[in-house]
Design a binder for this molecule. Structure first.
Ligand code: GDP
Length: 199
């Protein structure tokens, strides 16, 4: 499915701009710079369908991508969180948008929480997971940039993240370890997404 049609659909700054909820959606979230754009590109086999949201204005939008012809799946690139210098008003607006999306989006099949393998969980990730625990949809934890660590270091991060994830009721126990660079874990994550979307 991912080797077929994948197109950018729209950027929604507010929930009223979301597409009609006609197909299952998988949402991607994570700290800014976690490697979300790179992962989306790797999953869809494109070079630059998703681009790093560097301009502050774009960071507050939900970016939609469509998969299949006709469309059978949508990928939602959620605004990155954890900007060191984001003004409180911006953070509040982000929280409101994401919370309402998570609670109210009927077609949301799964969330993916991306975590930089070099850093493991940060407090902003913990906040995000707490928000997700309160939503109706389970989430998968995806380690990104796994190629940047030695095997022994990676093993240590995986163990720590898995232990902490167990305390989160809506988190999947099994981690996904990925690299957009080497494509490690990408086929497995594609398969998991299709399963989550009942495809
Ligand atoms: P975003 O802000 O979450 O969309 O992050 P990007 O996808 O733009 O990635 C942030 C930075 O990390 C960029 O410099 C990427 O080249 C780098 N990066 C992303 N994924 C990987 C990866 O799997 N391996 C390595 N080595 N670098 C990565």
């Amino acid at each position: 499915l991912f080797s077929g049609r994948v197109d950018f659909l729209l950027s929604a700054p507010q929930l009223k701009f979301l597409p009609e909820p006609t197909v299952p959606e998988i949402a991607f979230c994570g700290r800014s710079n976690v490697g979300k754009s790179s992962l989306l590109n790797a999953l869809t086999g494109r070079k630059s369908i998703a681009r790093a949201s560097v301009t502050p204005g774009r960071t507050q939008e939900l970016n939609y991508f469509e998969v299949g012809d006709p469309t059978v799946l949508r990928l939602v690139d959620m605004p990155g969180y954890g900007y060191a210098k984001a003004p409180l008003a911006v953070v509040d607006k982000w929280k409101k948008l994401v919370k309402t999306f998570l609670r109210g989006r009927q077609v949301l099949a799964r969330n993916l929480v991306l975590v930089d393998a070099r850093h493991g969980f940060k407090d902003v990730d913990r906040d995000m997971m707490q928000m997700l625990d309160g939503a109706a949809v389970g989430y998968r934890i995806v380690l990104t940039k796994a190629d940047k660590l030695k095997a022994s270091e990676l093993d240590r991060v995986i163990a720590a993240v898995e232990i902490e994830a167990r305390a989160h009721p809506a988190a999947y126990p099994a981690l996904h370890v990925t690299s957009a660079e080497t494509k490690h874990g990408i086929p497995e994550l594609r398969a998991a997404i299709l399963e989550d979307a009942n495809l």
